[in-house]
Write a protein that binds this ligand. Structure first.
Ligand SMILES: *Cc1c(COP(=O)(O)O)cnc(C)c1O
Length: 398
């Protein structure tokens, strides 16, 4: 059995991390809406401080831990087949805290040029300001990655599938190239894949990051981030989070934990709808090009087919007729709403030219490889026929 093909576990998505018996026998978790935790008396406090408390999970203060957050962390760890996980207030809080935990001045990072825009900005600007240097390598170019690693390299940041072209990195090759360097850690942003489609740790990657704002929460109503990995790294992240303070609120943890219970159902349907839609679009006379990794025409098709269990819920496509034709399609949609973000139950549509890349002119867009007529669609869990019908009707306005 290849490790990649083991199914994501729906039972763990519902039950993992749950205490055997909850207070008041509630079925649903209670939200530990508290900033701090009490001690019976001085002897009780001293016993806790010595690390001798009978309850190893006893909490002290909300910046260090919270039982509602802890349950979510354990559940995500189970889904990623990891020792443990750490939750943060957003996906970016997760990425930045991990970088501060793993890097110091004089060290070096390698990242792929199709990583999330704010991740690149953080590495280029913020980490540079703190004396950490970097090399950016072209998407999927493993030879360039190998050439970029230096004695002071400590971290490789990758992502898969990427935004908005859905490139999937060949993790077997990334790990083969980086494992020769004992001190280099690999962190992958797996937000677009979710544990349903991909378990990157099984390839030997060190840390897997999710913006829980997207598929894990799944309802476009909460921000959060999670990182899963081996306990020697998650304990370091936990400690750094306690200093930097980017903690997940207990109520947000409750919402993300509730979202996780239906992750498998949602993502499997989103995979199916996106795949069907991508096939329709590929044969549509008003569509120039479609990007979906399960299509044979996609440059990452082989990697996606052999290393992942599904292509995900995002489809990108270029409309014939340029930027205004694309805007007419976006404006012609009735179900798909114009909004940033992705991965939720509602279908969302956007033109990267007017959303993430608004400040760039045409020459700069060409430089970063964004076609002005590109549309990014994140399919929700509405009926597939309705979502597909909505886009096909809107294409009449192109
Ligand atoms: C949205 C996103 C992030 C950032 O997550 P936030 O929760 O918005 O901070 C990071 N990586 C990817 C791939 C994303 O889509």
């Amino acid at each position: 059995m290849t490790p990649t093909k083991k199914n994501a576990n729906s039972t763990d998505a519902v039950h993992a991390g749950t205490e055997s018996r909850r207070a008041h026998n509630t079925l649903a978790p209670s939200i530990a809406q508290t900033a701090t935790f009490t001690f019976e008396n001085t002897a009780d406090l001293v016993q806790y401080m010595r690390g001798e408390d009978s309850d190893p999970e006893r909490e002290e203060y909300g910046r260090y831990s919270n039982p509602t957050v802890r349950e979510l962390e354990k559940r995500l760890a189970a889904l990623e087949h990891a020792d443990d996980a750490v939750a943060f207030s957003s996906g970016m809080a997760a990425i930045t805290t991990a970088a501060f935990a793993l890097l110091k001045a004089g060290e070096h990072v390698v990242l792929f040029n199709d990583c999330y825009r704010r991740t690149r900005q953080f590495v280029r600007k913020t980490l540079s300001d703190f004396g950490v240097t970097h090399t950016t390598v072209p998407a999927g170019d493993i030879d360039a990655l190998a050439a970029a690693i230096r004695p002071e390299t400590r971290l490789v940041i990758t992502e898969s599938p990427t935004n908005p072209y859905l490139f999937c990195v060949d993790l077997e090759r990334v790990v083969a190239v980086t494992k020769a360097h004992r001190r280099v850690k690999v962190m992958i942003d797996s937000t677009f894949a979710t544990p349903v489609n991909y378990n990157p740790l099984r390839f030997g990657v060190d840390l897997v990051v999710h913006s829980a704002t997207k598929y894990l929460g799944g309802h476009n109503d909460v921000l959060g981030g999670l990182i899963a990995g081996p306990s020697h790294l998650t304990s370091l992240l936990h400690e750094t989070r306690g200093v930097l303070g980017a903690v997940l609120d207990p109520h947000a943890a409750f919402l993300i934990g509730r979202g996780l219970k239906t992750l498998n159902l949602r993502v499997r349907q989103q995979n199916d709808t996106a795949q069907r839609l991508a096939t329709y679009l590929e044969n549509h006379p008003k569509v120039e090009r479609v990007f979906y990794p399960q299509l044979e025409s996609h440059p990452s098709h082989e990697v996606c087919r052999s290393q992942m269990r599904g292509g995900g819920g995002v489809v990108s496509f270029i409309v014939k007729g340029g930027v205004d034709a694309a805007s007419r399609v976006v404006d012609g949609c009735k179900i798909a709403k114009i909004a940033a973000s992705l991965g939720g139950v509602e279908t969302l549509i956007e033109q990267p030219r007017y959303m993430s890349f608004f400040e760039l002119d045409d020459a700069q867009l060409a430089e970063v490889g964004i076609d002005p007529a590109l549309i990014r669609l994140s399919v929700g869990i509405e009926d597939a026929d309705d979502v597909i019908g909505d886009i096909l009707s809107a294409l009449e306005f192109a």
